[in-house]
Every structure is written in C-alpha cells, then in structure tokens.
Design a protein around this ligand. Structure first.
Ligand SMILES: Nc1ncnc2c1ncn2[C@@H]1O[C@H](COP(=O)(O)OP(=O)(O)OP(=O)(O)O)[C@@H](O)[C@H]1O
Ligand SMILES: [Mg+2]
Length: 228
C-alpha cells in the first residue's frame, strides 16, 4: 500500500466560540481517487476540507500530508508541502480583479519558484486545457461565471498538485456552466489528478468513485460510488 496523500486520524475541530464542527474523523485519500464529500449544510464538509488541506490546525488528532505530520512541521515547510501537493478551488472564484486570465493563472505559481517564462507557458497550457485558450487576455469581469471558475481550476492545476480540492465549485453557476466545470474536473481525473469535491449535487456524487457522507461532524458513510 502506498502512503496516502492525506490521512486524518481522529481529527476533532472545535472553533473558538465552542462549535464542534468535526467530532473524531478518520479518512485516507489515495492517489487516483475521485472522491465526493456530501452532507447537509453545517455538517462539517468545508471544515473537513480545511483539515485535509492543512489550512487550519485540528483541535486534536493528527493530519498527515504525504506521510508528514503537519503539527511537527514549521510553518514554512508546511506552506511548501501544501503548495506542492494541493490545489484548491472554492465556490467563490477568488480571481484577482482587473488581472488577465493568463496572469491570474501564472501568479498562482509565484511562490513555487517557477521562473516567469515557464509560469506563463504553463498558465497558457492550463487555460488551453480548461477550454479557455481563446480567453487568455480577458479580465475576470470579461468572463462568464463558468469561465471564471475554469480559470480558477487552471490556476490550481498549473502548479501540478497531486490532489485538487474543490469546495462546491459549481455552487455559483447555472447548470450548463456547472456541467462544463465538472467536465473539466473529470478530464483532469482521467489524466491522473486525484480529486476531492464537496457537492450538494446527487448526480456529481453518483459519478464519483467514492462517496464520503458527513453528518453533524462525523463521517457516517464511506462507500464506493457509481463512477470511475
Ligand atoms: N470559522 C468558524 N468559526 C466558528 N464556527 C464555524 C466556523 N466555520 C464553520 N463554523 C461552524 O462549524 C460548523 C460546520 O461548518 P462547515 O462550514 O464545515 O459546514 P459545511 O458542511 O461546509 O456547510 P455548507 O454546506 O453550508 O457549506 C457549522 O455549524 C458552522 O457554523
Ligand atoms: Mg461548506
């Protein structure tokens, strides 16, 4: 068995103020998976993604990224490990306003130490891959919502992370634009990217290879899906 990309061991997360969002969660993500996280609003899905991405520290329990206990890593090493392993896509696209698509994607590699010319080449290739080869000079306000989200996906994958985390990536999109974003994610998965997607959509969950159901801070089901 290979080392999981991410491993959560008995993770508890209590927010300041006292809400216990995760109540002892165990989860492993392996290379090549397409995993859907489902569950009602407030059940802890985004908190789970934050823990899996080491964006926030657990109250107790352990988070391992590629076998490294994140609690034992100095902040700089953790940032570096996170940057090389994980790409994030959020419901709100978080693109830099007024900045062309190409630079929005290229700037995502600034801290990975990629030289400017290669950043721009990789950004152009990533935009091509999400079907936006003809939109590289467009600024976010000159793009549709679905196109903006595809720029966000391009930015996340241009760094070539091992795993892509998407938190309701279609939540702000109409069904056509949402379907296009999902097609892009499915293509990336077919090409070998590990994908974890939080979704409210049953269809999306059904198409995943594995479904994790969260309820009230617990994983209440972890089952094979109908998809790849
Ligand atoms: N930063 C925070 N501070 C305090 N409480 C928080 C914080 N973030 C989330 N919570 C609480 O933790 C619980 C889980 O929140 P979380 O965002 O993980 O839910 P979710 O499953 O992603 O919901 P949704 O489907 O609505 O996005 C909720 O009760 C929420 O109010
Ligand atoms: Mg959420």
């Amino acid at each position: 068995m290979t080392t999981p990309i991410v491993c959560l061991e008995n993770v508890v997360k209590t927010y300041p103020g006292g809400v216990c969002a995760l109540r002892g969660v165990n989860l492993e993500i392996h290379r090549g998976e397409l995993l859907a996280v489902v569950g009602p609003s407030g059940s802890g899905k985004s908190t789970l993604l934050h823990m899996m991405g080491a964006l926030d520290r657990p109250t107790s329990g352990r988070v391992l990224l590629a076998g490294h206990d994140v609690a034992a890593l100095p902040d700089r090493r953790l940032s570096g490990l996170r940057a090389s392993l994980i790409g994030f896509v959020f419901q709100r696209f978080h693109l830099a306003a007024g900045v062309p698509a190409l630079d929005n994607v290229a700037d995502g590699m600034l801290y990975a130490g990629v030289p400017l010319r290669e950043r721009r080449e990789r950004a152009a290739a990533a935009l091509e891959r999400v079907g936006l080869g003809g939109r590289v000079t467009h600024r976010p306000h000159e793009l549709s919502g679905g196109e903006q989200q595809r720029v966000a996906v391009a930015r996340a994958v241009a760094r070539r992370p091992l795993v892509l985390y998407a938190d309701e990536p279609t939540g702000n999109l109409d069904s056509v634009a949402g379907a296009e974003v999902l097609d892009v994610l499915r293509d990336l998965h077919a090409d070998g990217t590990t994908i974890v997607i939080i979704t409210h959509e049953q269809e999306v969950a059904a198409a995943a290879g594995r479904q994790v159901r969260v309820h009230d801070g617990h994983i209440v089901a972890d089952v094979p899906g109908g998809g790849p």
